[in-house]
Design a protein around this ligand. Structure first.
Ligand SMILES: *[C@@H]1O[C@H](CO)[C@@H](O)[C@H](O)[C@H]1NC(C)=O
Length: 469
């Protein structure tokens, strides 16, 4: 037993019972064994999971640099959404300009911090889910002139301000839902074809992405089939393949398999990167859920941006709820205030990005897919590091290390496992300055393999384990 908790574990042992937690979240049990195959490399670490949507203040340098570099910031997505002063293009020139300035500021911050930028066209238009019910959409009444003028303004602003390096244009966010596209899919597809043709001819160096649907693809889904069929015949399959994973459905490898199967129905194949450009249900946004997501994205070699569940200016702040500051989450919230501090989830990303250096090691989830582990081997420093968490589940599960001899260790003997805990809660603004050091426990092993238990007593906490070799 690695570490012992005061609470009796048998309380969790109600196998397969569904538990409704205090927050009304449906949690399931996690059980079984996640595997770490020490002989098999998955390539050098790249921090595929260190992205988030919005989360950057509109004032330059408001969040200190180290908060970006410590998590190896990779990606943001922005377009001036939900600024209360401005409705975007549909509110007139000044409203559009206001959102453009926010977009440009976020772009410059992203580049300064070494990240990529995904431009959100729907926000600049003004369909950010807070638009009024009678808001216009591109192509209403078969009249495209208002949208064509919008694209002309946007393309010239992109060129004039050199918003080129590191930019992907996301054609429209969540076109499958009323919040962002309150029209039929046919009208959306015509917009897609039109936008692609213009961006490709006028901004040939920028990558396009989409369809950024609110749920992952499956080969039988009607919306996804209509889209795939259209983009193949219109020759507008995007260079980058983006969608969202916001409810607890598929694993990363299942999502890729489903997307490829969908494209195959139309004789198309996936080239270019995949980005789950909004990942994480609110219930998954805690240390445990983030550790699970990190393991998932790294396994499949696909990028991800954390979903951001804040609104208005809090949406443009806190690195998508990885940070807090005085007044956060209260009526005294001030968008321009500083005094940032990290939360428990931030510490997970920091450990992932700053400590987990070296080669990524192949791992496998528990059979129920709820428990997962990300692993790196730092050959120079002689440390194996594991990051483990469960997807909105509680229960006892295990991690099995296979072929310790690949690290130069004997096939049987003893090793010390040094454990750090990343405690979480459902308060995204709860401060955590560093993980909790739970010390080192010696484990005996044999037959080149070591199994140790994980006690996920709540849905929040994640752990890191370090073994020296
Ligand atoms: C794709 O659709 C758009 C909008 O209808 C059209 O302008 C464009 O020419 C089409 N492209 C191809 C290759 O058919």
């Amino acid at each position: 037993m690695l570490f012992s908790f005061g609470t009796a574990l048998c309380a969790l042992g109600t196998a397969s019972a569904l538990v409704i937690s205090e927050r009304g979240v449906e949690t399931r049990d996690v059980s079984g064994t996640a595997h770490v195959y020490l002989k098999e490399s998955n390539g050098p670490s790249q921090h595929y999971a260190s992205g988030y949507i919005y989360g950057i203040p509109d004032t330059p340098n408001q969040i200190p640099d180290h908060f970006y570099s410590d998590i190896a910031f990779q990606y943001t997505r922005a377009g001036g959404a939900q600024t209360p002063e401005s409705k975007g293009w549909i509110g007139g020139q000044d409203d559009y300009t206001f959102r453009w300035e926010s977009t440009l500021s976020n772009y410059r911050t992203a580049r300064q911090q070494g990240g990529q930028f995904i431009l959100l066209v729907h926000d600049l238009w003004g369909a950010d889910s807070l638009q009024s019910e009678d808001a216009p959409f591109p192509g209403d009444n078969d009249d495209w002139s208002f949208y064509d003028e919008f694209l002309s303004a946007l393309i010239s602003d992109i060129k004039d301000n050199d918003l080129i390096d590191g930019v992907t244009i996301d054609i429209w966010n969540e076109p499958d839902g009323r919040n962002f596209w309150d029209r039929e899919q046919d009208q959306y597809l015509l917009m897609w074809g039109r936008a692609t043709a213009r961006f490709k001819s006028e901004l040939p160096n920028l990558a396009l992405s989409g369809p950024s649907v609110s749920y992952p693809p499956t080969p039988d889904d009607e919306w996804w089939n209509n889209w795939a069929s259209y983009v193949v015949s219109n020759q507008s399959l995007p260079e980058e393949h983006h969608w969202h994973s916001l409810s607890k459905t598929f694993t990363s490898t299942e999502m890729l398999k489903n997307y490829d199967a969908l494209l195959a129905k139309y004789s198309a194949t996936r080239e270019g990167l995949v980005n789950i450009n909004e990942y994480g249900h609110p219930d998954e946004q805690n240390p445990s859920g983030s550790a699970w997501w990190i393991a998932q994205l790294e396994r499949a070699n696909i990028f991800g941006c954390r979903a951001n569940w804040a609104s208005a200016y809090a949406l443009h702040d806190f690195m998508a709820q990885l940070l807090g500051k005085p007044g956060a989450g209260t009526d005294d919230y001030d968008p321009k205030a500083t005094g940032y501090y990290p939360n428990g989830e931030y510490q997970v990303y920091k450990y992932y990005a700053s400590s987990m250096v070296g080669d990524r090691i192949k791992t496998e989830t528990t059979m129920d897919t709820n428990g997962d582990v990300y692993a790196t081997v730092d050959a120079e420093g002689g440390v194996l590091r594991l990051l483990a968490g469960a997807r909105t589940t509680t229960g006892t599960w295990s991690i099995q290390l296979e072929e310790l001899s690949a690290l130069g260790l004997p096939k049987s003997g003893e090793v010390g496992i040094h454990t750090y805990e990343f405690p979480g809660s459902d308060d995204p603004y709860a401060r955590l300055d560093e993980p909790v050091d739970l010390g080192t426990v010696t484990h005996k092993y044999s037959e080149d393999s070591l199994t140790f238990p994980i006690y996920s007593e709540n849905v929040y906490d994640a752990w890191a384990f370090e073994i020296k070799f």
